[in-house]
Design a protein. Structure first.
Length: 166
């Protein structure tokens, strides 16, 4: 058994888990954060993506014990109360989902992607970066549109804040 202690969506949590427990199972089964999905057993689908210390990680590829001491954000931690995160809002506005199964992983991957490209994103980059996230419903077109729109909205917001501060 391993003792695990992490910060998840701003709260300190701890638990004792079997050494083989994956981070995704710890989040879902120990913490009840079932927005993080499990869509495969081959680390291909990306439905399990969360942020570990600010970077998108497939939580089925990491042991809970390995994540001990880290700061984790899951889809449940993205909105600001009732206010959707700009990426969530863009997925809603641009119909970037159908069944929604892939959506939490897509959104967590997209927020990391946008943070790593503060100068903005183009369609080819978004499509290449989504290589590790599979959607069986949408044909990706509206997902890409949503991510591009969120990237634009977030860079406008950042420029607006910088102007105010100047
Ligand atoms: S559950 Fe499919 S990549 Fe993690
Ligand atoms: S919306 Fe159904 S799998 Fe992507």
């Amino acid at each position: 058994m391993s003792d695990v202690s992490l910060t998840v969506n701003g709260k300190r949590v701890s638990g004792s888990v079997e050494d083989r427990t994956l981070l995704v199972h710890f989040l879902r089964e120990n913490l009840g954060l079932t927005g993080t999905h499990v869509g495969c057993d081959t680390s291909q689908c990306g439905t399990c993506v969360v942020h570990v210390d600010g970077r998108a990680v497939k939580s089925c590829t990491m042991l809970a014990a390995q994540a001990s001491g880290s700061t984790i954000v899951t889809i449940e931690g993205l909105a600001n109360g009732a206010e959707l995160h700009p990426v969530q809002a863009a997925f809603k506005e641009h119909h970037g989902l159908q069944c929604g199964f892939c959506t939490p992983g897509m959104i967590m991957a997209a927020t990391d992607m946008i943070a790593r490209h503060p100068q903005g994103l183009d369609e080819a980059t978004v499509r290449a970066e989504l290589d590790g996230n599979i959607c069986r419903c949408t044909g990706y077109h509206n997902i890409v549109k949503a991510i591009l729109a969120a990237s634009q909205a977030m860079s406008k917001g950042a420029k607006g804040k910088a102007k105010q501060a100047a």
